[in-house]
Design a binder for this molecule. Structure first.
Ligand SMILES: [Zn+2]
Length: 251
């Protein structure tokens, strides 16, 4: 791996506009489970069936309980080496743009500025009626009956988690910024993503189509491996830690 890391480190130093996209694998080392790709059951319910607008409307009690369980993981989670190295690369000016599919806010917790959050954020909630945003502690409440569903303090509308649910569009400003960054990238890093969720998985394709070179840091193969210049098939934290050491960057 070391030779590949050294080669990639030189490419990063020579790059003009390096962009990174992170996925669930970037946060598993912080102890956050990957619910989107998890086929395991939660209380006999497939979590994937719960993260939709339909579930919020038809099964609100299960819906808010599921998010409460996610918050219980979130509040104790700390940034891991993946978040720390990427934040350090931004500080050093080696990484120009950071795009994430994650909703946990751990990049910001590690000090990353201007993170493009394609799927929104669990740290916020939003009123379905007036659109105002609030800290997500307002929906981190016990919901036993529909009467307990958290409501907007301003207008009384239902509060939903600040994440993109199935059947919802991605935030237009985030997707626009991500596309612009991908097209501009001469070096594109995929970190902890198996590239199974669209449209995020089209961003590295865009980068390659516009002449960017691709580095993939992921434990499992992805559909873009054949087009990648570098593939680091190990824990992303390990490979990025080696990269930071090679660049002489302290975390
Ligand atoms: Zn409201």
């Amino acid at each position: 791996m070391l030779e590949q890391i050294q080669d990639f480190a030189r490419a990063l130093q020579a790059s003009r506009y390096a962009v990174a996209l992170t996925g669930a694998g970037a946060s598993t080392e912080s102890g956050l489970p990957d619910f989107r790709s998890n086929t395991g059951l939660w209380k006999d319910v497939d979590p994937v069936s719960l993260i939709s607008m339909t579930a919020l409307r038809r099964r609100p009690v299960d819906f808010y309980r599921f998010y409460r369980m996610r918050f219980s993981h979130l509040w104790g989670a700390q940034p891991n080496p993946v978040h720390k190295v990427l934040a350090a690369l931004q500080r050093e000016g080696l990484l120009k743009r950071l795009i994430t599919q994650n909703v946990d806010g751990l990049h910001q917790a590690a000090g990353s500025p201007d993170v493009i959050e394609l799927h929104g954020s669990l740290r916020e909630c939003q009123c379905l009626r007036c659109g105002r945003r609030f800290p997500s502690r307002l929906i981190d409440v016990e919901v036993e009956t529909e009467a307990d569903i958290p409501r907007c303090p301003e207008c009384g509308g239902v509060l939903k988690p600040g994440v993109v649910l199935f059947e919802e569009a991605l935030p237009a400003d985030a997707i626009e910024a991500a596309i612009e960054a991908a097209m501009k990238a001469d070096l594109f890093l995929v970190v902890g993503s198996s590239l199974e969720v669209g449209p995020a998985n089209q961003l590295p394709v865009l980068a390659v189509q516009h002449g960017g070179r691709l580095a993939i840091f992921n434990l499992t193969p992805t559909f873009l491996d054949p087009r990648a210049t570098w593939i680091f098939r190990e824990k992303a934290g390990q490979a990025l830690g080696a990269l930071a050491a090679e660049l002489g960057i302290s975390l």
